[in-house]
Design a protein around this ligand. Structure first.
Ligand SMILES: NC(=O)c1ccc[n+]([C@@H]2O[C@H](COP(=O)([O-])OP(=O)(O)OC[C@H]3O[C@@H](n4cnc5c(N)ncnc54)[C@H](O)[C@@H]3O)[C@@H](O)[C@H]2O)c1
Length: 322
């Protein structure tokens, strides 16, 4: 298969590139490097630097590579508080960017798109989420992802194209090679933040609330290893290319771990201090993915558990410290 990975220099996209290459697929990466890194793009992929809102740049890619089987889209801005402060930037990048991408795909007869969406589209839902549950995002980031999901559905239907929308839950960890991982200046996700507290890059881990309606009172989430997630994209692209129907699929582990479970898993590696503080607004008590659909349609199953995720992020973060 020949795959264009838009946003392939970022955290999740670079892992998808690795999984595609492991399976001998041909990969082109298109990325503007705003939050991605050139050195995270496998040497076996072709990197084109550009912005997806630049239609002429995309047209040039599709003109040269008119045999692309599937486009994977990871090129979003993803910081929730920033999306509240600068919603126009989020609509421009996340929604307008995909509109231009779809327009260029349609004009060049490129038929299949795999789109990265998020559990944020379920809003404040609590418990196990199924793909046909109501969607009600509570911030501009989630809104832009849902608006894009809807646009993709209308556009693919109108022009005889197909989509696979993946809604990710809490993605963490790093590829075994440790060449790629989450390397942002300001980390907000629980596992890397806890690892930073472990390796002395921050004083302690703050746990927001221990009075939720869960077993130990802290929030419960579904964690998925980024390599498992990336591999699901290879299966998803193959599914579309082989004639599978357009659909939306959750990617998670079907298992919930509390914030304290995560903290204790990190403490198995070494000393890490945490402090319980006030709840944050908008944190649902429990968010778990039903992954039955992914298992059934893609024959996908996560290989890695919480300890693997934590350990791989720890190993990756050690490489950054040097
Ligand atoms: N990280 C998570 O936990 C998570 C959870 C749910 C969903 N997602 C989704 O997964 C996708 C990838 O997230 P990530 O964590 O890898 O983010 P990331 O910021 O690491 O990667 C995004 C990549 O896209 C590139 N990019 C952004 N805007 C672009 C544009 N206009 N033109 C070209 N390139 C552009 C960036 O330079 C970067 O390389 C996003 O769509 C996000 O909504 C991520």
């Amino acid at each position: 298969m020949k795959v264009l990975v838009v946003g392939g220099a970022g955290y999740i996209g670079s892992h998808a590139v690795l999984e595609l290459i492991k399976k001998q697929h041909e990969v082109i990466v298109f990325d503007n490097l705003t939050s991605g890194f050139e050195d995270m793009v496998s040497e076996q992929a072709t990197l084109i630097i550009g912005d997806i809102r630049d239609k002429s740049a995309l047209d040039a890619v599709f003109k040269e590579h008119n045999d692309i089987d599937v486009v994977m889209h990871f090129a979003a801005k993803i910081v929730v508080p920033e999306s509240v402060e600068k919603p126009l930037e989020y609509y421009s990048n996340n929604v307008e960017g995909v509109r231009v991408l779809l327009e260029s795909m349609q004009e060049h007869n490129i038929k299949n798109i795999v789109f990265s969406s998020t559990a944020a589209v379920y809003g404040e839902a609590s418990g196990v989420c199924f793909e046909d549950d109501p969607t009600q995002p509570i911030n501009p980031y989630g809104e832009t992802k849902l608006a894009t999901e809807r646009m993709i559905k209308w556009v693919t239907q109108a022009y005889g194209m197909k989509y696979l929308i993946f809604r990710y839950f809490n993605v963490a960890g790093a590829d075994q090679s440790l060449k790629v991982g989450l390397k942002k200046d300001q980390l907000t996700h629980l596992i890397p933040v806890a690892i930073q507290a472990l390796i002395g890059l921050r004083e302690k881990l703050l746990i927001y609330g221990d009075d939720y309606d869960t077993e130990d009172g802290t929030c419960v989430r579904d964690y998925i290893h980024v390599s498992d997630l990336a591999y699901a994209h290879v299966l998803g692209a193959t599914y579309l290319k082989d004639g599978g129907q357009s659909t939306t699929i959750n990617l998670g582990s079907n298992q919930g771990y509390s914030v304290l479970d995560v903290a204790k898993t990190v403490q198995k590696i070494g000393d890490m201090t945490y402090e319980i503080t006030e709840r944050r607004p908008g944190d649902p008590a429990k968010l778990i993915a039903s992954n039955e659909k992914a298992k059934k349609l893609l024959h996908w199953e996560p290989k890695y558990g919480l300890e693997d995720i934590v350990n791989s992020d720890f190993e990756f973060r050690k490489t950054l410290k040097k």
